[in-house]
Design a protein around this ligand. Structure first.
Ligand SMILES: Nc1nc2c(ncn2[C@@H]2O[C@H](COP(=O)(O)OP(=O)(O)OP(=O)(O)O)[C@@H](O)[C@H]2O)c(=O)[nH]1
Ligand SMILES: [Mg+2]
Length: 365
């Protein structure tokens, strides 16, 4: 549980209008894909820092100052490429459309000891939870999680020294200056794994998005058909006493999701970093225990560690059944709540359980 989470209220992926003609045509034919394209969680980019400007060879020439000596200034430094976290972003969509980032070169040094202008840095904004990897070495350079975190991914080349630096007792008129150094160039991959405290897991139509909309100011699409949610949604849930947590709603899972059925398990990585999983079950289903086992199985196949995460089981839609039948989970160790996300029944109790479970986790780590 974070006292000051990196998100503010309701967060939605941004939509870019920069589509190519082919993409626009494709999307007009298959509008379904438009929703998916709004959310991009992987991108590969090429970054190139600016080169340093060369140092200048120049001599002071002034009336009444014979043999004025060397006065060549230094070249400016090349600009660097910096990755900066932007807590308002939730997708790498912008990087999907722009793949090359080149910072400015430094300017050459000039006479009269004038330093060349430094090249401007270029800043690439990414959402919190972005993992940056160097594609050539395979090394992870950073896992950007904080609010104001930044990382220089390619350093600009240093400007060369002008001939004024090379004057010595034996060399009074040096005809030597340094060239600027070349800026770093890197191929990077950026992978987004959203940061949320609690992850909602459920079969399609269980009411995950309804629950998110009731607990936070997020307004995900809700409808009476499976796979309404096509991309993850985040919302901030207020627990009072200056406490809050980020809840993630991801597309529904079905049996065989790990083998690619439905929308597959590609979105599970966005709840991989949560502290707690909230299993949402539909009380009108034939067998809610089987539903729960199906979900657990798919999660385990995706990541065995994720299936061991602390959990809370929530039985939803109790307004639709005449009598609530209590169930036990994990030999009674897993808390079970009974709610109606639609009418709001049981939501207060659920928040209390979540508050308690999150504080237990915080004590542990
Ligand atoms: N009666 C009743 N209906 C509910 C309740 N919660 C959700 N619903 C309805 O169930 C349907 C599915 O709700 P969603 O919130 O879209 O379900 P979801 O789990 O997000 O579904 P996917 O995004 O497709 O995985 C909608 O018609 C909701 O109005 C509830 O507590 N009671
Ligand atoms: Mg949904």
């Amino acid at each position: 549980m974070s006292d000051s989470p990196p998100y503010g209220g309701h967060i939605r992926p941004t939509v870019s209008s920069k589509l190519s003609i082919v993409e626009s045509e494709f999307l007009s034919r298959y509008p379904f894909f438009y929703f998916i394209m709004q959310f991009v969680d992987y991108a590969e980019i090429l970054v190139k820092a600016g080169n340093g400007g060369r140092g200048c060879i120049s001599f002071r020439r002034e009336k009444y100052v014979p043999k004025g000596g060397p006065d060549g200034g230094d070249g400016g430094n090349g600009g660097s490429v910096i990755v900066l976290v932007d807590s308002h972003m939730t997708t790498l969509l912008d990087l999907h459309y722009r793949r090359h980032y080149q910072a400015e070169n430094g300017e050459q040094g000039m006479g009269a000891l004038k330093h060349g202008r430094n090249g401007k840095d270029i800043v690439i904004k990414v959402p919190p939870g972005t993992i940056i990897k160097d594609l050539d070495s395979g090394n992870v350079l950073a896992d950007i999680t904080g609010k104001e975190q930044f990382l220089t991914v390619a350093f600009g080349g240093k400007g060369g020294r002008g001939n004024a630096h090379f004057k010595s007792s034996t060399q009074q008129a040096p005809r030597k200056a340094e060239p600027g150094l070349t800026g770093e160039e890197r191929k990077l991959s950026l992978e987004l794994k959203l940061l949320a405290d609690v992850g909602l897991v459920g079969l399609p139509n269980a009411g995950k998005s309804t629950l998110l909309s009731k607990l936070s100011s997020a307004r995900p699409k809700i409808a009476d058909y499976p796979f309404t949610t096509l991309v993850p949604n985040l919302g901030m849930v207020n627990l009072g006493e200056h406490r809050s947590f980020v809840l993630a709603d991801i597309p529904g899972l079905i049996e065989g999701a790990s083998g690619g059925k439905g929308l597959g398990i590609q979105f599970l990585k966005h709840i991989q970093r949560t502290k707690l999983l909230l299993f949402l079950l539909d009380s009108t289903s034939e067998d809610i225990k089987t539903d729960y086992q199906t979900l657990k199985k798919e999660i385990k196949l995706f990541d065995p560690l994720l299936s061991q995460r602390p959990e809370v089981v929530v039985v939803n839609k109790i307004d639709l059944i005449p009598k609530v039948k209590k169930i036990r989970m994990g030999r009674g160790r897993v808390p079970v709540c009974y709610i109606s996300a639609m009418t709001g029944e049981g939501l207060k109790e659920l928040l209390n359980v979540l508050k308690l479970e999150l504080s237990k986790i915080r004590e542990k780590f």
